[in-house]
Design a protein around this ligand. Structure first.
Ligand SMILES: [Zn+2]
Length: 390
């Protein structure tokens, strides 16, 4: 009996390996899959037959002739199955149906009632997405703020949401009968960028998401680093300003008080109020879009606020590079609208804090996936676990 279980486990792993190889290659022959995976040709043919019977893999035609018999090429049928993704990182939270290449097929928004998340509203959104999906569901992925025990899919603590120990994965799996995965939104974003963001074979990547809050997602050797059981990339409350402003966490001078979009808005509001701008009464009247306008008009004081925000990010980015030795850093979220000036400020601080050899090596870029980064990351989470791809 034990032997049979082992045999089945091997088969599952081999099937994931074959799926991943075809997924990564785009189009590939059975012989080439056997060569890459080091599985025997009969094993590959057998597994491919199984994947074809599930419609996950299709034959696309013969390869161009290279002299001998032309091999039949295989590819993943991106339309064979759907994933459902939920991005809970925004007040107007969002869900989508995606294909197996992470392309959004259908999306819907909801707004929290009284700014408080409720499971009922999440279920209502997923119900609607399930109805909209026209392919079998591979699984559901969720990216949410807070400390997440990803192994069990439990939201351990989400301060802004006032959630404690919510077993989101279990609740979704019980209700919908498909696998569900839950990750921190910034970690999901990093996985999304790593999977769909043209990283050109890079295996180590840090994505720093800077919006209302700030967090990093860390991919090491192609795997998302969660922490044990959580906490990797929780950079938002690292103190970067001694005697700085009070933070929502109760501390003072945290990165989020200097570099988050709300911190930038708050400081620009104070600036405009000081100038006696009659249109400015409360911070709510200064949007981040307005900050970007002022910045691009060349307002010197606004540029200084933005520069300080960039330097705060640079402090923490320097720590990340120094500790992890990862040099590919991408920035995501609302503040990317500021443009290259922000990255220059980040680099300025990194150069000040790091050994020159480390600072020189650092490659700072903006993430490529825009506002869909968490949705795509949640989908990547499902693909990673269910198909072994990444
Ligand atoms: Zn804090």
């Amino acid at each position: 009996m034990k032997k049979k279980v082992t045999h089945e486990q091997t088969r599952v792993l081999n099937r994931q390996l074959v799926t991943k190889t075809i997924y990564d290659a785009g189009e590939i022959s059975r012989a080439e899959v056997a060569r890459v995976t080091r599985l025997t040709r009969p094993t590959v043919s057998d597994l491919v037959a199984e994947l074809m019977s599930q419609r996950l893999v299709v034959e696309v035609g013969y390869a161009p002739s290279t002299g001998g018999k032309r091999p039949m090429l295989l590819r993943i049928d991106a339309d064979a199955q759907n994933t459902i993704s939920i991005d809970l990182s925004r007040k107007d939270f969002c869900g989508a149906v995606l294909d197996l290449r992470g392309e959004v097929q259908h999306r819907e928004y909801r707004r929290w009632r009284n700014d408080r998340p409720s499971l009922d509203l999440i279920f209502e959104l997923v119900d609607s997405l399930v109805a909209a999906a026209d392919r079998p569901l591979l699984g559901i992925g969720v990216g949410t703020p807070g400390l997440i025990d990803a192994a069990h899919g439990v939201v351990v603590a989400a301060v802004n949401q006032e959630w404690t120990n919510v077993p989101l994965r279990q609740l979704l799996e019980e209700r919908y009968g498909v696998p569900a995965y839950v990750a921190n939104d910034c970690q999901a974003a990093a996985l999304g960028e790593f999977t769909f963001g043209n990283v050109n074979g890079v295996q180590d990547l840090v994505v720093i998401s800077v919006g209302w809050g700030i967090g990093a997602g860390i991919v090491v050797n192609g795997q998302l680093l969660h922490g044990t059981p959580f906490g990797a990339g929780e950079i938002g409350h690292i103190v970067v300003a001694e005697n700085g402003e009070r933070c929502s966490c109760g501390g003072f001078g945290c990165l989020e008080t200097v570099s988050s979009s709300q911190a930038i808005v708050r400081q620009v509001h104070a600036l405009l109020a000081r100038r006696g701008d009659p249109r400015v009464i409360s911070p709510e009247q200064v949007s981040f879009d307005r900050v970007c306008e002022l910045f691009h008009e060349g307002d010197a004081e606004v540029r200084e606020v933005v520069r300080a925000a960039g330097r705060g990010l640079g402090t923490v980015a320097a720590y990340l590079v120094g500790v992890l030795g990862i040099y590919h850093l991408r920035f995501a979220g609302q503040v990317t609208a500021i443009g290259p000036f922000l990255l220059e400020a980040v680099r300025e601080e990194m150069v000040r804090l790091l050994l020159p050899a480390l600072a020189d090596e650092a490659q700072l870029e903006f993430a490529t996936l825009g506002s869909d980064i968490v949705l795509k990351g949640a989908s990547a989470l499902v693909l990673h676990h269910e198909l072994g791809v990444l």
